[in-house]
Write a protein that binds this ligand. Structure first.
Ligand SMILES: Nc1ncnc2c1ncn2[C@@H]1O[C@H](COP(=O)(O)OP(=O)(O)OP(=O)(O)O)[C@@H](O)[C@H]1O
Ligand SMILES: [Mg+2]
Length: 451
């Protein structure tokens, strides 16, 4: 294993990990010395064991994060980003130089200024290291809002444990991303991550899909079949839309959670399966229990740890951050949002949450003619206008669930909707709005629409 220091004092340094355990920190006695103020004297420890490499925080002041999630201890592997305080390290596989053995000793961070890292780092994102600003990792949970930070902390604490986890949140908030992060930070990360969408399983097949069947167990069971729970042996079973699981399967799932045993349909004996359950739902399971469609005992057994992924509208600070990150991911550094586009993005309520935001950015990237992405490139609903003409602002100056708008926001929305209606044509826009062109220009400037 190797580490590349991505930022901070030792930026660009490459560290080869030889010994089974290495301590990283600011202290001179550390195998890997990182001279950065945000790093504690003995900050964290990397250990190579039989089932891979793990990182452990040594009670540092600023904490250790793996792919953005604060952790006390976590399994890591090549491609992961480990942050000690402000210093980010990228974990890579050991260099494969035939004939040469891996160095038997840890080497302290040695600056490799002037060395073309793209030659020594054979991974897809090597370029981002040289650019200075490492882009978000695929699968990285982005978010700086207080709510997201709290969620990340809970994820970091629960992930390495065997606890069953229930993830709740509206559609598109990132529940599956959270489930994958949990698997990735657990000692099971090298095992399978099996995703089962309970809502997509046909009722008559739920049980055989989940628990498998023997040959001839029912008409149509022509061969024996392993179930999805079995497929998650030594890994994580992610049951998405758990609220939709049919009652007979709920009973079997409960039995599995209590005994670790599953029995294929038609089998004479159960087998013991070692799979960790992570479930997600956008439904209120307690209400389903009251209504009688979900078992209370299963609910209690599943929500050993409960995680709530907040809707995007409740973490306002994350909206521009996510929008910019998606733009960078989808279109590179050159494209950017106009001030007005960003302000429309911030104002919209995003009922489809992060998924809707990502799709909107993707559409805008496709539609924008220039590097600058303007309001007119965003989906009409985002700027408060629908394609046909006139938006909420034009209809009555309110924005649906948002409650009353400030006069400035109402004006901004009205102007944006009119601009869209007139395809960006300024003279026509002024006419539609009933103002003269000069007034339109000064309003565009004052409201930041025409930067
Ligand atoms: N915090 C985040 N940072 C980066 N990307 C995110 C974040 N949250 C969600 N996404 C992205 O948004 C999309 C939707 O996320 P995901 O599929 O995890 O949502 P979900 O809650 O499972 O939705 P549903 O309930 O509809 O299944 C994905 O492309 C995911 O990568
Ligand atoms: Mg999902």
């Amino acid at each position: 294993m190797r580490l590349i220091v991505e930022d901070g004092y030792n930026r660009g340094a490459e560290i080869v990990l030889g010994e089974p355990t290495v301590v990283l920190g600011r202290g001179a006695d550390c195998a890997v010395q990182l001279l950065d103020e945000s790093v504690s004297r003995h900050h964290a420890e990397l250990t190579r064991g039989d089932d891979g490499v793990s990182v452990r925080d040594l009670g540092s002041r600023n904490g250790t994060r793996v792919n953005g999630v604060p952790v006390e201890t976590a399994a890591v592997e090549a491609g992961d980003r480990i942050a000690l305080g402000d210093v980010r390290l990228l974990l890579l596989p050991a260099p494969v130089t035939p004939g040469e053995d891996e160095p038997s000793q840890s080497i302290a961070a040695r600056p490799t200024a002037g060395v073309d890292l793209s030659e020594t780092v054979p991974v897809a994102n090597a370029g981002t290291i040289r650019g200075g600003h490492p882009g978000p990792q695929p699968g990285e949970i982005l978010g700086e809002s207080t709510a997201m930070k709290a969620l990340l902390t809970r994820i970091g604490r629960a992930a390495p444990t065997p606890a069953t986890i229930l993830i709740q949140g509206e559609s598109g908030t990132g529940k599956e991303l959270v489930a994958r992060a949990i698997h990735g930070l657990s000692p099971r990360r090298r095992g399978p991550f099996v995703v089962v969408n309970c809502a997509a399983l046909p009722t008559e097949l739920v049980e055989s899909e989940l628990f498998g069947h023997e040959k001839g167990a029912f008409t149509g069971a022509l061969a024996r079949k392993a179930g999805l729970v079995e497929a998650a042996h030594h890994g994580t079973l992610f049951l998405d839309e758990l609220g939709e699981l049919a009652p007979p399967a709920q009973a079997k799932l409960l039995r599995f959670l209590e005994s670790g045993e599953v029995q294929r349909l038609g089998a004479t004996r159960p087998m013991v399966i070692d799979a960790r359950l992570v479930a997600a739902t956008h439904r209120n399971l307690e209400r389903l229990v009251t209504e009688g469609s979900f078992r209370a005992d299963l609910l209690h057994r599943v929500r050993v740890v409960e995680l709530f992924v907040p809707p995007l509208r409740d973490r306002g600070d994350d909206i521009p951050l996510l929008a910019e990150a998606f733009l960078r991911q989808l279109a590179g550094e050159r494209r950017r949002f106009s001030r007005a586009a960003l302000s429309a993005i911030k104002t919209y309520r995003w009922p489809g949450n992060v998924r809707e935001l990502r799709n909107a950015v993707e559409a805008a990237v496709i539609l924008a003619k220039e590097d600058r992405i303007d309001v007119t490139d965003l989906p009409p609903r985002v700027v408060g206008g629908d394609a046909g003409g006139g938006g909420d602002a034009l209809r009555g100056g309110t924005a649906g669930d948002d409650g009353p708008l400030s006069l400035e926001d109402a004006e901004r929305r009205a102007i944006i909707a009119a601009l869209r209606f007139c395809d960006g044509h300024r003279t026509r826009t002024a006419k539609v709005l009933g103002i003269d062109r000069k007034t339109l220009y000064s309003k565009l400037k004052a409201l930041g629409i025409d930067e």
